[in-house]
Ligand binder design. Sequence first.
Ligand code: ATP
Length: 237
Amino acid sequence: MTLLELENVTVAYGRIEALHGISLTVNEGEVVALIGANGAGKTTTMRAISGTRSLSEGKITFNGEDISKLRADLRVVRGLCQSPEGRQIFPGMTVMENLDMGAYTRRDSAGIAADLDRVLTLFPRLAERRKQAGGTLSGGEQQMLAVGRALMSRPKLLLLDEPSMGLAPLVIRQIFDIITEINQQGTTILLVEQNAQQALSRAHRGYVLETGRIVKEGSGQDLLHDPSVKEAYLGVA
Ligand code: ATP
């Protein structure tokens, strides 16, 4: 079943059009990767989906509902949650307080407690540091906290913006292992990444974005082995 569909989505910043009518779908249960170079429009696509940037044209459907004009906070309530680029955790709050903030739209305390258990099991580092201020965590741990906080809203679709950004290779692998595990536990994931190698090797399907247009789509494996993708995004001639 299609969970998210973008049809001909156009987004502009003032007079500058950043997305020129992109279309993509995410099916329930999938990990889908959106890859592209700096400035291709990946973050803008995420903003359009999460509702922090409005569309000048096109349509976004989530779980059968047209959400093109729905407020960002109501999209979270519908089950669409973004773990933002640059992490943006609350630095002065403890790890536990940050995780609690993720559940702010929910009232089911038993479900919240179960999800907290699940997040602390997925991220033992966070469990060890539960009383520590978010701002004192390492980059990798802050990224884990951002993902953990997003999971606390129990999203139907988790949007991840550059989860590998600024992290060491070993930590990147750990983060992607956890992303795979989250998906296997039933969460659908749309992932925006400059690390095309990791993203495509973990994704069921992928899209390549170039200067505001989707130029290629395919299975993660097909894109990994596509000569033009290899040359442009995987550093292999
Ligand atoms: P990066 O990986 O560097 O974040 P990206 O693929 O996410 O790149 P976007 O940030 O979506 O790309 O940017 C797409 C285009 O929109 C770029 O040309 C960028 O300069 C422009 N842009 C992004 N944000 C703004 C803004 N707030 N005002 C004006 N132009 C913007």
